[in-house]
Design a binder for this molecule. Structure first.
Ligand SMILES: C[S@@+](CC[C@H](N)C(=O)[O-])C[C@H]1O[C@@H](n2cnc3c(N)ncnc32)[C@H](O)[C@@H]1O
Length: 237
């Protein structure tokens, strides 16, 4: 698991957001990801939520803004430091707990949280079932995570990514859910054009392409070709 070490380097942590979410395309990625995760979370007011691999805290802070009682964890201290500073700037530091942790062995009791999420994490992992089993242990009901699809335009550059990135077939996740006795409650298919396009395309191309992307994403072909899939799994009881 290369990503476990990759983000622990200070310069990599500092570059994380400026590299990915600047410019019109970058801002659009951030906006559209948050929209999907918000939908997957549903009403989280006063709910106890764990964000595994919070990184710079994008989704933890968003969940705290939505009224969630959020614990944000990551293995990288430099990433956590950035997340904490962001929460301070937004006057949300009291609403969040930041903890250094390894997703392989979460430092929490069984069923300590009402929901557990891990965004942009599964692509760093070689054995997803192991991590999902651990997330299942600490959640009372719901697990939310995203995967990057093998049947998508992301294949064009995925192998070049320095932190390593695993692509999944939808049936891989369905099989893991079955093995772990988890129900696939919902799946949100998003981004026909991969993140790499939005990161590097000139600003004037973003609006027409994103409009087309959103339109295609609603039909069956778009869903099949989606580069990002948000999974909502639930315990059966
Ligand atoms: C691509 S970033 C995603 C951050 C955030 N969720 C987001 O979407 O912006 C991946 C994060 O996973 C963290 N990570 C990698 N391996 C981990 C592990 N075993 N346990 C906890 N965090 C880990 C990295 O430090 C990094 O912050």
């Amino acid at each position: 698991m290369k990503g476990k070490k990759w983000y622990r380097k200070e310069d990599i942590a500092e570059e994380y957001e400026p590299k990915r979410f600047k410019g019109l395309g970058g801002k659009y990625i951030n906006y559209r990801e948050k929209k999907s995760v918000k939908k997957a979370l549903g009403n989280i007011k006063n709910k106890k939520i764990l964000d595994v691999a919070t990184g710079t805290g994008r989704f933890s802070i968003m969940a705290a803004e939505e009224g969630g009682n959020v614990t944000a964890g990551d293995i990288s201290l430099p990433m956590l430091e950035i997340a904490k500073n962001k929460a301070k700037r937004k006057d949300l530091i009291e609403e969040l707990d930041f903890i250094k942790m390894d997703a392989e062995n979460l430092p929490f009791r069984d069923e300590e949280f009402e929901m557990v999420m891990a965004i942009r994490f599964m692509h760093l992992v070689n054995e997803p079932q192991l991590f999902l089993k651990e997330m299942k242990r600490v959640t009372q009901k719901r697990i939310i995570f995203d995967t990057f699809s093998l049947l998508s335009l992301r294949v064009l550059y995925n192998k070049m990514l320095p932190m390593g990135s695993t692509l999944y077939k939808k049936k891989d996740i369905q099989k893991i859910a079955k093995n772990l006795d988890l129900k696939v409650k919902n799946k949100i298919d998003s981004f026909t054009m991969p993140f790499g396009f939005y990161r590097y395309a000139p600003d004037f191309t973003i609006k027409p392409i994103k409009n087309l992307d959103e339109k295609i994403s609603k039909n069956q072909l778009g869903k099949k070709l989606s580069t990002v899939n948000y999974w909502i799994l639930e315990k059966q009881n």
